[in-house]
Design a binder for this molecule. Sequence first.
Ligand SMILES: [Zn+2]
Length: 319
Amino acid sequence: MNFIRRGGRSFLLTLLIGFCCLASTPAGAASKPSEGFTRVLKSGYEFYFSPARPRPGQALALFCRPADDRDPGFSRVVFAGRDFPLERVPGGQMTVVAIPLGTRPGPQTIKCEVATPGGWVALEITVTAHDYGVQKLTLPKKMVTPMRPETLARIKRDRKLLHQVYASSGNQLLLARPVKPPLQAPLTSPFGRRRLLNGKPKAPHGGIDYKAKVGVPVPAAADGRVVLAENLYYSGNLVIIDHGLDIFTLYMHLSKFNCRAGERVSRGQIIGYSGRSGRVTGPHLHWGVKINGIFVDPLEFARLSRLLLRPPWTKANHS
Ligand SMILES: [Zn+2]
């Protein structure tokens, strides 16, 4: 979301709090697709994960199965201090681990807690450094004015609402097909770009911005359940879809909704129309993917999603 308002007194402090995009700089396509799984045997468990060397801001698909069929597997998976929900799949379990932006490149450990008799299995991965680029912005200090109390109250209310929405995901992946990015339009702001405002680091861009005029139909990127269709201060008209396992897609700044909270939607179904609501400089579609509270590169996640649909050992049996 772009959020330099045209006119108005209190608009620039929003820059200090917002986390989205600031300018319309043409951006290249995202990086190479993540292919296949890496297989690791450890402590009587077989792990399959992809990509082999994830970078900060990427999701990692993780499947695991015990050597002993009677072993119930893991009760939880922990990375960067967060618990990632596990889903039972034929022959084992799976989860999607989000690698937060800001994760230190190099060796990292995904901890898997054994259900019985307890204890942990440490899965070592290597996080690869990635430069998402930086955007510098300089503004006169006098232009940064305090926000009105009612605006602050609204932002607080929005945060509370979002917190509730993100707590609502189930332990079952709702994807029947891979994620399909909602538009084919050029990107005006890529994922992960760091921002420096008057030399101070601000939150990086948590999604991608598509060039889109007002009124372009916006399809759901994947099957799921609409958990929010409301107007928020920064995001404007925002739709959030839950895909299970704490995986959400977000569609911001819409001009119009075409769905309701609670509704089941399928991939390709029009859930709204692009617009310029919220804190933006012009119409565009901000599309985001949030996994367990962590924004990941949505285009990378779309590529990865085809690997989530069936366990890799199932595939191997048929090849
Ligand atoms: Zn944006």
